[in-house]
Design a protein around this ligand. Structure first.
Ligand code: FAD
Length: 519
């Protein structure tokens, strides 16, 4: 009953399997080096997993799944493909939390990166110290951020930059950017890497950093898996706080809300202690279901009536971390931070959470959604970076003009600003061309039979931005044509193409992104 995929997909999988067996393949696994061939899995369970992801909007069946036991296996597989007259495609699959089939490889090989974890013999996450770096962790590309959190907290240490959800792999998020309400201050995760080990599309195993093999290093960060497979990342660590004061404040007007958010992210370094550690934002829309779980039950009716009255309530979320030493002053710091903010009087709520509780908060939601059978539904998410100069036009046109006028449930919606100065322009990741831009994430959960309606709505939103001349950039997106990718990369496209020619000249890697290959 709670099957993760509908029967129609299972049927499609079976039919495709039969058809793909009947079609001549460009190569046979029997040709593969023996060491590789024996690690290729063709079983239906493996193929099913490799042709599914969190989005449930795209399904592409590979020929086989490689369960690597070493980095060398990955290199050998790539070299084998490259040696063929018609190379097959290869996709690294981290935790399969892509939204649009980005970790799939139709008729190619999907590498189950998580398998490496079973062969690391305890070396998957290693914490060390050396001058001048200080503390850092060497982390396998297949490791998850939740495991990094646990391993580093054991030493009282932590990475600086996180995603909101931690069951994602290091390779998966570093291929995109890895963003959250921490990024305004410390940049995305791709801005917090000292060094990488990468297996390129030539099969070479290369260590790279901003100083050594820097072209590969910057290509891979935010490079959508196009240039190489990350097998190790060296991540800076700092002393970990133990707890956080976690606040939410409500606004009825977007301009006031965004002005406060922007003031908070334009921190002044001399006042380092009163800088928030996390600035997020979300919207409460007059569209069921309304998630009010953060607020005391006694206040929920009056918040509901605010939402009914204004249509949209904007929630500014702020966290200030503390530890034993700073416990006494944290409340004073909070007062200093919120002084001058213009939220609706009295609509301010505070929780005290452990550091891990806060960082791993989405997992609590995951468990609740799983128990209702809602986690494995399609997720036609739309994640956008919107330039600050046009964000209020976006909110007006998209939320009031499109979303609230339709009958689709809106799901969770995030809106928070970032400083572009924290992103290194040499990396492959793309942002709007303004010093401050907003992350706007529409995180819908759809019924299988409503998917088309959500996809149409997403197209309407993108068309609205185009017509209104709002220069958005999509994050984690799927594009239909090469022209759309060229437009996405803008002036960086030429460099992106040159890097592809250098590091994956046969266009073997990450076909699910549909940049150099149609699949
Ligand atoms: P996969 O889906 O397995 O792979 C993603 C892409 O990376 C594919 O192209 C794949 O080929 C490539 N890849 C995978 N491993 C490697 C590797 N080792 N080397 C090179 N390429 C590789 N993103 C954010 O930035 N912030 C968030 O807060 C956030 N929250 C999320 C919450 C949920 C519930 C979900 C489902 C996604 C969220 N994401 C977020 C998006 C997420 O970061 C990306 O989808 C990410 O790619 C998922 O990681 P994964 O390990 O599952 O990657």
């Amino acid at each position: 009953k709670n099957s993760i995929v509908p029967k129609s997909f299972l049927l499609l999988l079976l039919t495709s399997l039969v058809l793909s067996q009947a079609q001549p393949q460009p190569w046979s696994p029997l040709q593969a080096p023996k060491e590789i061939a024996k690690k290729l899995n063709h079983g239906p369970n493996s193929l099913l997993l490799a042709s599914t992801d969190f989005g449930h909007t795209v399904h592409k069946i590979p020929l086989a799944v490689l369960n690597p036991t070493s980095i060398n296996d990955i290199s050998e597989l790539i070299k084998f493909s490259k040696s063929l007259p018609n190379p097959f495609t290869i996709a690294a699959r981290g935790n399969g939390h892509s939204l649009h089939g980005q970790a799939m490889a139709y008729n190619g090989i999907v590498i189950n990166m998580r398998e490496l974890n079973s062969h690391r013999n305890g070396s998957g996450i290693v914490v060390s110290w050396k001058a001048p770096l200080g503390y850092y962790a060497d982390v396998g590309g297949e490791q998850t951020w939740i495991d990094v959190l646990h391993a580093t907290l054991e030493r009282g240490l932590t990475p600086l930059s996180w995603t909101n959800y931690l069951y994602l792999t290091i390779g998966g998020t570093l291929s995109n950017a890895g963003i959250s309400g921490r990024s305004f201050r410390f940049g995305p995760q791709i801005s917090n890497v000292h060094e990488l080990d990468v297996v390129t599309g030539n099969g070479d195993i290369i260590t790279c950093s901003a100083k050594n093999n820097s072209e590969l290093f910057f290509a891979v960060l935010g490079g959508l898996g196009q240039f190489g497979i990350i097998t190790r990342a060296r991540i800076p660590l700092v002393s970990a706080p133990t707890r956080g004061k976690w606040l939410q404040m409500l606004y009825s007007d977007f301009l006031t809300f965004s002005k406060d958010q922007e003031n908070l992210i334009s921190f002044n370094k001399s006042k380092q202690n009163s800088v928030p550690d996390y600035i997020g934002g979300s919207l409460l829309l007059n569209h069921p279901p309304l998630d009010l779980s953060f607020y005391p039950v006694s206040d929920q009716p009056k918040i509901t009536s605010l939402v009914t009255r204004f249509g949209i309530i904007y929630v500014l979320e702020l966290v200030k971390y503390y530890n034993n030493e700073s416990q006494k002053i944290v409340d004073k710091e909070i007062q200093e931070i919120i002084r001058g903010l213009n939220f609706l009087p009295t609509f301010i709520y505070e929780k005290d959470a452990s550091y891990e509780q806060f960082l791993n908060r989405v997992y609590t939601e995951e468990l609740a959604l799983r128990s209702q059978g809602l986690w494995d539904r399609p997720h036609p998410w739309l994640d956008l970076f919107v330039p600050k100069s046009r964000v209020s036009d976006f909110i007006e046109g998209v939320f009031k003009g499109i979303l609230l006028k339709q009958n689709l449930t809106t799901g969770r919606t995030q809106v928070y600003p970032m400083n572009r100065s924290k992103w290194d322009g040499r990396m492959s990741a793309i942002t709007p061309d303004e010093d401050v831009f907003y992350v706007v994430s529409l995180l819908y959960t759809s019924e299988f039979d409503q998917l088309k309606a959500y996809q149409t709505q997403n197209q309407q939103i993108l068309q609205f931005c185009k017509d209104a001349g709002i220069q958005i950039k999509q994050y984690l997106s799927r594009k239909e044509t090469l022209e759309q990718w060229v437009e996405h990369f803008g002036p960086k496209w030429k460099l992106f193409e040159e890097r592809k020619a250098a590091f994956d000249p046969k266009h073997i890697l990450s076909p699910g992104q549909r940049i150099f290959i149609k699949q």
